[in-house]
Design a protein around this ligand. Structure first.
Ligand code: NAD
Ligand code: AKB
Length: 315
């Protein structure tokens, strides 16, 4: 039987992943944790704990108490917040991951899942169809922690036999929990503003093409990877996963087809430099070949769902 701990369970991905894991493995088998008491809804739905991932004793105690065998480690600082406070991003993303991996090693856990990001690539990586295995020299602190996290995860597999797995997520698009301070957040903000004010000022320029993915595919990717037989994996903490790739202008055009009065304008800020250093699209053939990854949602379905669900939230 699986006993799972989710860190960062209040976040954009952690909140929806916790629900999906509870649906699959049973609500009592998934412990939600974050810096604050995970919300009333998650508490009602299953066990909840306050855990700062920088506090290894707290992690240790919760893992022992609930006999956890698998950790989904989602607690992190994202790119835009990380560039404002690189020291915090380093602390949380590096030392938090190190604590999780050490607990997994010491308590002989079955598996650790930890997302990486397109941010693990940099301006020297091929920009289009970025291969899984290529040069990685990220220039943001977030990216530095993400590539180091991948290397650390792979090291724990090889050196200690801890089964660490991770996908490199593109920008994740969702409507349930607001994003936590990333460079791809424009692609969520735009829907709220389109519905509320019929206009949006993008902090990325019109032609900033980035890989993106709808939340349902993001959840599916990490849960599918978790279930893959170890023997079929040639990679571990560093799988490219792709779905769609678009620019702010293309997203605005798709929204305008549904809301003809919608207008977009552009005022690029410090996040433009971060976006410019990332891939425009990813080659995810390793994930497709090694564990059968495939995405379901394209741009048009995603735009329809986002507009419908956010409209429901706003009314
Ligand atoms: P988020 O910012 O929405 O949530 C992160 C959560 O971590 C928050 O609830 C926060 O309270 C928690 N947290 C921060 N510091 C912590 C600490 N010291 N101890 C415990 N919890 C702490 O982030 P997210 O979008 O849900 O991202 C989750 C993971 O997915 C991260 O590793 C991120 O790098 C990765 N990822 C996300 C995206 C995306 O578009 N959302 C894309 C690529 C990769
Ligand atoms: C961010 O923009 O920081 C995240 C990511 C792509 O890692 N959404």
């Amino acid at each position: 039987m699986k006993r799972i701990l989710v860190t960062g369970a209040l976040g954009q991905i952690g909140s929806e992943l916790t629900d999906a894991l509870r649906d699959k493995y049973g609500k009592d088998n998934v412990v939600a944790s974050d810096l604050q008491e995970p919300c009333a809804e998650t508490k009602a739905a299953g066990p909840c704990e306050i855990i700062d991932v920088l506090d290894k004793n707290a992690l240790d105690a919760v893992v022992k108490h609930y006999k956890v065998d698998t950790i989904y480690h989602l607690g992190a600082i994202l790119s835009a917040v990380g560039e404002k406070n690189p020291q915090l991003a380093y602390q949380v993303n590096m030392n938090g991951l190190f604590n999780v991996l050490e607990v997994a090693r010491e308590q002989k856990l079955e598996r650790v899942l930890v997302p990486s990001s397109i941010a693990a690539f940099g301006p020297d990586s091929p920009k289009n169809n970025t291969p899984n295995d290529t040069i990685q020299r990220p220039t943001s602190m977030y990216g530095v922690t993400k590539v180091a996290g991948e290397l650390l995860g792979n090291y724990y597999v090889k050196r200690f036999g801890v089964d660490v797995r991770g996908v490199r997520y593109p920008g994740i698009i969702s409507y349930k929990t607001l994003p936590g301070g990333g460079t791809t957040d424009y692609a969520i903000d735009i829907f709220y503003e389109a519905l509320k004010n019929k206009k949006y000022t993008s902090f990325l320029g019109p032609d900033s093409r980035l890989p993106m993915m709808f939340m349902s595919d993001a959840i599916k990717s990490i849960m599918d990877l978790a279930e893959a037989p170890f023997e079929s994996l040639k990679h571990h903490a560093d799988y490219n996963v792709a779905a769609v790739s678009f620019t702010p202008q293309e997203l605005a055009d798709a929204i305008k087809k549904r809301i003809p009065e919608f207008e977009i304008s552009y005022e690029p800020d410090y996040r433009q430099e971060i976006a410019d250093s990332w891939p425009a699209s990813l080659d995810d053939s390793c994930a497709r070949e090694e564990w059968g990854w495939s995405h379901e949602y394209g741009l048009e379905e995603m735009v329809d769902i986002m507009l419908e669900k956010i409209q429901e939230k706003l009314s």
